[in-house]
Design a protein around this ligand. Structure first.
Ligand code: FE2
Length: 178
């Protein structure tokens, strides 16, 4: 049989593929979903320091996984941090670089970060940057003298979201919890 070289159907109709385990999927899967990130209804921008904000997209406690859009609003720095898991980020707007590396990410550049790396995020762009991130595993933050300050993980990000919602009378959006 020849190998597929293109999607085999271009029919714009729902096709029943007869997957045999749909009942198990319905019973056990958290389900796919759409998060309407362009609006602030489903997930608001939440301050992260004076010059940055986070729009939370997903929390998955099974994998210590968290997804969000990080917005650094003008030229600035997210200080040195250390990864214990794997990160994928996409530059949506502006530009961003790390002091430790020789590249500059611009839209739609993709950044991969792996366990054991520490680095210091800088944006020189007049409008800063927006970065979509799909992040797994804890991130340790350090002060300017290299002294450990705090670990952020899925529960830290969840608490960041829920505290803001509570303090501002906003509902918790269950869609963000996988
Ligand atoms: Fe990082």
């Amino acid at each position: 049989m020849a190998t597929m070289t293109a999607p085999p159907s271009d029919k714009a109709e729902i096709v029943d593929i007869k997957y045999p385990f749909t009942d198990l999927v319905a019973r056990t899967s958290p389900g796919g979903r759409y998060i309407d990130a362009p609006s602030d209804e489903e997930s608001p921008w939440i301050p992260f320091g004076d010059n940055a904000a986070i729009k939370h997209i997903a929390f998955d406690v099974r994998q210590n996984l968290f997804s969000n859009i990080l917005w650094v609003k003008s030229p600035g720095v997210i200080g040195t941090h250390f990864h214990r898991g794997t990160i994928m980020m996409v530059c949506l707007e502006g530009s961003v670089r790390y002091l430790e590396y020789d590249w500059v990410a611009t839209p739609p550049g993709v950044i991969l970060e792996t366990p054991g790396e520490s680095h210091t995020l800088v944006t020189d762009h007049p409008q800063g940057c927006k970065l979509f991130g799909w992040m797994q595993g804890p991130i340790d933050f350090f002060d300017g003298d290299g002294k450990f300050v705090e670990t952020t993980d899925v529960f830290w990000f969840m608490n960041h979201y829920e505290t803001y919602c509570r303090e501002n009378g906003l509902p918790i959006n269950e869609k963000l919890y996988l």
